[in-house]
Design a protein. Structure first.
Lengths: 380, 96
């Protein structure tokens, strides 16, 4: 059955705030055509960026995607994949009286028994910052120890690296939960039974790393990667290119966001990132152990590494049983692209933004949180 | 928080720029950007750092998108992200 999307009359069009409706319609038609030409269905592609999912959901893009095309959000939310032991480390430091500065999304991420918000309610001192530099400023204004609990992918890790290199005060340290995206794409590609036939890579992360970083991935897995911006037209154009590459079985890297991304990326930023951080394997919440997926501070900067500076004994938290609801949470399957929020019995019921059970409902980049605000897959 | 936010450089002092975001002036660090910027240039700011100079022919397009998103009500998560990105800059104490 051929369903030609007609943006002018679809119910979603009222929600759709494209700045160039004619171009959007042309792209939607192209996507329909190229998806049909693949000759089988469904075709599943994955993006790994919370901003992509926000845009897809907010602008109702799934309502105009061909039915044969599945666009899945993968592990694109750094807050969501921050694992329980990492949260526990921050909670223990907070309980021990250190001042924790962190991005606001991190407050409600569940640990074994407590989130940072729980620790704060029990008297711990927490400061929400929008930038690593603000955490350094806090440290300059006090004699207390300030620990910056740092989350985010390489785009954000660069800022942490820059403040570490800029001679922070001695009472400042960093607890790094930074993650590195390229290795987790390997994990998803290698998952048994994976349905993912192409990746839409995030524009702004690639601003730092450059699009060429995906070449080896494509070579190894024969899966195309298209770098795309986050506005609706950028995403549609990226999807058209990606499905074309699937149709033609010509996996390669295509940069559809040249206004922000170059093949080599921002070399100055990369130099700072790798001067301060090294990759190491570690668990991503709900996903798997990801070899080289975590960014840890190099020994040379041990003085600012909270893990080296303080003895962090998380074992004491293990006496507290985790909430039984967490055993029902399917965040991991959602981030691996195997399930969607509508498959979860807790979604919108026990698990809401104010009372999140899993990390995907915590962050504004989490699939569940985004679907809860905008709806995910309008059923037309 | 991968959206970043574009702004216009007003003044550069060493590794710090005063940047105007729709009338709100903030300090943005220049440690990470890979090319020189000066007053009048537009940069993409992410968590308080300029990560890219926006090419002249793309400024209009880029601003238009953000202006559209910023019209959204309080509580819209994309608008909130962008407002947060603006807040990420240091307070501008130049008295401007």
């Amino acid at each position: 059955m051929t369903r030609v999307p007609d943006i002018a009359v679809s119910a979603a069009s009222r929600e759709l705030k494209f700045r160039d409706p004619a171009k959007a319609q042309a792209l939607a038609h192209a996507l329909e055509k190229v998806s049909r030409e693949v000759g089988r269905e469904p075709v599943s592609v994955m993006h790994v960026c919370g901003s992509h999912e926000q845009s897809i959901a907010k602008f109702g893009l799934r309502a105009i995607l061909p039915r044969s095309l599945n666009v899945i959000m993968g592990p694109g939310c750094p807050v969501c994949v921050t694992d329980v032991p990492e949260v526990d480390e921050a909670v223990v430091l907070a309980q021990d009286g250190l001042r924790i500065a962190t991005y606001g999304d991190m407050l409600k991420v569940p640990g074994t028994a407590f989130s940072l918000a729980d620790a704060q309610a029990a008297g711990a001192r927490l400061d929400v910052v929008y930038s690593a530099a603000q955490a350094v400023e806090l440290a300059r204004d006090t004699t207390d120890e300030v620990v910056f609990f740092a989350s985010g992918f390489e785009t954000t890790a660069v800022a942490t690296a820059a403040v570490i290199l800029a001679d922070p005060p001695p009472n400042f340290s960093v607890l790094s939960a930074h993650k590195y995206i390229p290795p987790v794409m390997e994990i998803v590609a290698e998952m048994p039974g994976t349905k993912v036939e192409g990746f839409l890579a995030a524009g702004h992360a690639a601003t730092i790393t450059g699009s060429a970083i995906f070449e080896r991935f494509v070579e190894r897995h024969r899966i195309p990667v298209v770098v795309a911006g986050f506005e609706p037209l950028d995403i549609l154009a990226g999807l058209v290119k990606l499905v074309e590459l699937v149709r033609d079985a010509t996996p390669r890297v295509v940069n559809m966001y040249p206004r922000c991304v170059t093949p080599e990326g921002n070399r100055n930023a990369q130099a700072q990132l790798w001067r301060v951080f090294r990759t190491t394997g570690g668990r991503w919440r709900g996903i798997a152990h990801v070899p080289n997926g975590n960014l840890r501070i190099r020994d040379e900067f041990a003085g600012v590494d909270a893990r080296k500076k303080f003895r962090i004994d998380v074992k004491r938290l293990w006496d507290h049983a985790p909430s039984t609801l967490t055993q029902v949470c399917i965040c991991g399957d959602i981030m691996a692209g195997i399930a969607s929020p509508s498959h979860c019995p807790l979604f919108g019921k026990e698990c809401k933004p104010d009372t999140p059970v899993g990390a995907c409902m915590v962050s504004s980049e989490g699939t569940c949180r985004i679907w809860h605000q905008y709806g995910g897959h309008p059923d037309l | 928080m991968c959206l970043g936010v574009p702004g216009r450089v007003v003044e550069v002092k060493g590794a710090v720029a005063t940047v105007d975001f729709w009338g709100v002036r903030r300090e943005t660090r220049l440690d990470v950007i890979d090319e020189p910027v000066g007053p009048g240039d537009y940069i993409l700011n992410h968590v308080g750092f300029a990560i890219r100079k926006i090419p002249a022919d793309e400024i209009h397009e880029t601003l238009a998108l953000y202006e559209l998103l910023l019209k959204e009500a309080e509580g819209d998560m994309m608008a909130t992200d962008i407002r947060g990105e603006i807040s990420a800059g240091g307070r501008d104490d130049s008295g401007a």
